[in-house]
Ligand binder design. Sequence first.
Ligand code: CMP
Length: 136
Amino acid sequence: MSNIEQTLSIIKPDAVERNLENEIKTIFQNNNFKILKEKKLKLNKDEAEQFYKVHETKPFYNDLCEYLSSGPIIVMILEKENAIKSNRDLMGATDPNKAENGTIRKLFGKSIDKNSVHGSDSPENAKIEINFFFKT
Ligand code: CMP
């Protein structure tokens, strides 16, 4: 049975800063993701805290929110069969040092914080995250 899903993808400040936007989008397209919507924006710290609220009890929460709000990001709605898992596989492990060859984080990530991309981790969070950036 087909399971077309939408997921929220973010090209993070470290990748935007290095002009990797087009290269990363091409990887998504070559892996059969459709980019349904996209925009470039900069979050303030409060907005980043709201976006990453699921991590608010983690020791890295403050640094994470400082970082996500440190520069422009590209947010995209990606669509594909099983898009959520497919995107997580394509991104690779959170820590670029542990990511498999050929994954986006292995190719471009600099550290566990500056890991170049974010992707929703579940259908529930995909809905919440898409709505966060693309509320109509
Ligand atoms: P992301 O997929 O955007 O979701 C939360 C982010 O927290 C994660 O990518 C990492 O960039 C960042 N992070 C920083 N430290 C850690 C850690 N120890 N474990 C997991 N994520 C971390």
